[in-house]
Design a protein around this ligand. Structure first.
Ligand code: NAD
Length: 305
């Protein structure tokens, strides 16, 4: 039985890559889908009509879909997603905040425009699309809704040359934790994906290192592997899963740790002297090192046949 029958989903940046795979899988699982995509270049410049191509593909396969070409970086674009879903299908249950761009530069070369463009699409884009949906959920007592946000190891671990993107992606993880708290009483879950997939966003990075991407690698590490994790988070079976970060790449699924205090000390009176910190900060670093080693061991993927 289709697992998303009757649900109405908006997928941003769904004209290609991970978003297109999510939109198509959700439609196969019975969801009515708004396929959003501005259709521009990887750096966010330009526009195109690729959203309609994916919507058409879904309809040809027997599913229900309409397209929307507004930018998620504008408040009006976010509002238009909700309006499109209501006009076409009569409501909205699921928001997948997947749209994204890259403007990779080291901090020495990063212009204000590179910083602003990446922040606008990723971090502000999550706000622009989530806010109208959250208000709609509250004002209409719409229960059992889902928001899935897109972070990255770039922000969660750190990655050279991506201060703008990493900051936005770390911000999205924080945004998701707050939204999960604020929307819990309406029965809406909010989770975050940390994906890895060969798409137009990542293939050029491989090619720049002189590595060709073979067809079998697209089978093993393509965006189709991310889609089931996102779709599952939108099923009834995931109703109690919220505020989590799931990592998925090349067919793996893992759960990320969230920021937590690993070890701490407190003085009974007074402020820390620098000499006391000489002694206790190394204790903290030692605790962190053994925690990291234990997490690394526990996090190694177990192969399932
Ligand atoms: N591919 C990976 O390995 C990887 C790793 C970490 C995070 N991510 C994240 O996953 C998401 C999907 O990435 P992808 O690899 O499929 O990239 P992609 O470039 O193939 O797809 C992103 C889509 O977003 C659209 N888009 C960009 N700006 C938009 C805007 N303002 N409004 C509407 N649509 C817009 C683009 O036109 C594009 O079709 C992104 O948020 C990305 O940052 C991807």
């Amino acid at each position: 039985m289709a697992r998303l029958e009757g649900r109405i989903a908006v997928v941003t940046g769904a004209g290609r890559g991970i978003g297109a795979e999510i939109a198509k899988l959700m439609a196969r699982e019975g969801a009515k889908v708004v396929v959003n995509d501005l259709g521009g270049a990887t750096d966010g410049t330009g526009a195109g009509s690729i959203a309609e191509q994916v919507a058409e593909e879904i309809r040809t396969a027997g599913g229900e879909a309409v397209s929307n070409t507004e930018s998620v970086a504008e408040v009006s674009g976010g509002e238009s997603l909700l309006a499109t879903a209501i006009d076409a299908f009569g409501g909205m249950d699921i928001l997948i905040n997947n749209a994204g761009i890259l403007r990779d530069r080291t901090i020495f070369k990063m212009e204000e425009s590179d910083w602003d463009a990446v922040m606008a699409v990723h971090l502000k884009g999550h706000y622009c699309c989530s806010r109208p949906f959250a208000a709609y959920i509250r004002d209409n007592n719409r229960t059992n809704c889902r928001i899935v946000n897109f972070s990255s190891v770039s922000g969660l671990f750190g990655n050279f040359g991506q201060a703008n993107y990493g900051a936005a992606k770390a911000g999205i993880a924080g945004f998701s934790r707050v939204l999960a708290l604020e929307l819990a009483k309406y029965g809406c879950t909010v989770n975050t994906i940390s994906p890895g997939a060969l798409t137009r966003m990542t293939i050029p990075l491989r090619e720049a290192r002189g590595e060709e991407v073979a067809a079998h690698e697209l089978d093993a590490s393509g965006p189709q592997h991310v889609a089931p994790i996102v779709a599952w988070l939108c099923t009834d079976e995931a109703a109690s899963v919220s505020s989590q970060i799931l990592h998925t790449a090349s067919g793996s699924i893992g759960i990320m740790q969230q920021p937590a205090i690993i070890r701490s000390f407190k003085k009974s009176t007074g402020t820390w002297s620098l000499e006391e910190l000489d002694r206790y900060v190394p204790e903290l670093l030692k605790a962190k090192q053994s925690h990291d080693a234990a997490v690394k061991e526990a996090g190694a993927s177990q192969t399932i046949d």
